[in-house]
Design a binder for this molecule. Structure first.
Ligand code: NDP
Length: 333
């Protein structure tokens, strides 16, 4: 059995991760930590968790093997380092930290301690994205030339808090969504980005100098170019992911999402084909891979290093938007 402690009484844990842990035959949630004792107890009660605690020390001594960190972003670093120090495996939400330098500290600490560190980039676990990656790797679109990611959504009212008002908590759409696009592009293309150019906007939702929309242009090692659009303010946009190659194109619709939904169409000289893919819950698959990694079988679906990559890309996008210049992406791994 893997005994999990939740650091953060969050929406994402309530909506997806508690169920994903319990979906594993060998997963159990034994305690939750909130900065407020009342919220810890209420959250524990509402979610059938045996203990609610309000300090990290209490959580780490509650008999847990692994922790899932889903507090606001400025807290991830300190909490992850403390958990690693206590010998716990860590599955941390994205962005791993506020800077890629801090994220590298988490990776180094986990490697030194011999514990598993994963980044909860759920989209790698989507059947749709895995089907696209496999089709590209199998040469079905020939040589990849360009990709387009449509990931501008409407931030639900219940989440219109720190993300649109608190720069110090790592708010803004780039740290929230561009990191996912960075990771998904790397995963689907099997390639790493080297340079990014970005514009950002505040379209009326975000305050405090934060951006609620971003458009990025990416260059990858192989020469592939990509464009991505991330946003909080577009109610009716829909999401998608396209990759265009010399012999074919992939069109994925409604796939930049938390649910195992959407479709993937392959268009080539031979005509059109809907690719079939598995519909396993994304977060349950992430947990399954993480449990296997704890047993020494393979690695988490997105590692700590992958989290450094996505954050280095997001950082470069923010720097580009500020400077008006293209910026090199270097995770320094
Ligand atoms: P929430 O806003 O739901 O929770 C974040 C923190 O806010 C909690 O840890 C909690 O603090 C505090 N909080 C929650 N409710 C209240 C309240 N009523 N009053 C005061 N404070 C409250 O965050 P999300 O679940 O949206 O995001 C958490 C993390 O997960 C972020 O890092 C985010 O980037 C990531 N995320 C990842 C997703 C993915 O699919 N990979 C999807 C969504 C989020 P405390 O713990 O102290 O009680």
């Amino acid at each position: 059995t893997v005994r999990w402690g939740l650091i953060g009484a969050s929406t994402i844990a309530r909506q997806f991760m508690i169920n994903a842990i319990r979906a594993q035959g060998d997963g159990e949630v034994v305690a939750v930590m909130s900065s407020s004792p009342e919220r810890a107890n209420t959250y524990a009660g509402e979610n059938g968790i045996p203990r609610g605690v309000s300090t990290l020390a209490d959580l780490l001594s509650a008999g847990v093997d692994a922790v899932y960190i889903s507090t606001t972003n400025e807290l991830h670093l300190e909490q992850a380092l403390a958990a690693i120090e206590a010998g716990k495996h860590v599955l941390c939400e994205k962005p791993l930290a506020l800077t890629s330098a801090d994220a590298r500290k988490m990776v180094a600490a986990a490697n030194a301690a011999g514990v598993v560190l994963g980044t909860n980039h759920h989209l790698r676990n989507a059947g749709a994205h895995r089907a696209m990656r496999e089709a590209i790797a199998a040469g079905r679109i020939g040589k990849p030339i360009a990709a387009r990611v449509f990931h501008s959504v409407y931030l639900p009212e219940s989440l219109q808090g720190w993300r649109i008002s608190k720069p110090e908590a790592g708010g803004g759409v780039v740290l929230d969504i561009t990191v996912h696009d960075a990771d998904t592009l790397r995963f689907v293309l099997g390639d790493d980005p080297v340079e990014i150019s970005a514009f950002t906007q505040s379209a009326g939702m975000a305050g405090g100098g934060l951006e609620d929309g971003a458009m990025c242009i990416w260059r990858f090692k192989s020469g592939v170019m990509a464009q991505s659009h991330e946003g909080f303010t577009t109610k009716f946009a829909g999401t998608g992911f396209e990759v265009h190659g010399s012999e074919g194109s992939l069109f994925a619709t409604n796939v930049m999402t938390q649910k195992p939904v959407g479709s993937v169409l392959l268009r080539t000289g031979a005509g059109e084909e809907e690719l079939s893919f598995d519909r396993e819950d994304l977060y349950a698959r992430s947990l399954r891979q993480f449990h296997a990694a704890i047993r020494g079988e393979g690695r988490p679906s997105a590692t700590g290093e992958d989290g450094v990559w996505s954050l280095a890309a997001a950082e470069a996008a923010l720097q580009s938007a500020k400077s008006g210049k293209a910026v090199t992406i270097d995770p320094k791994l």
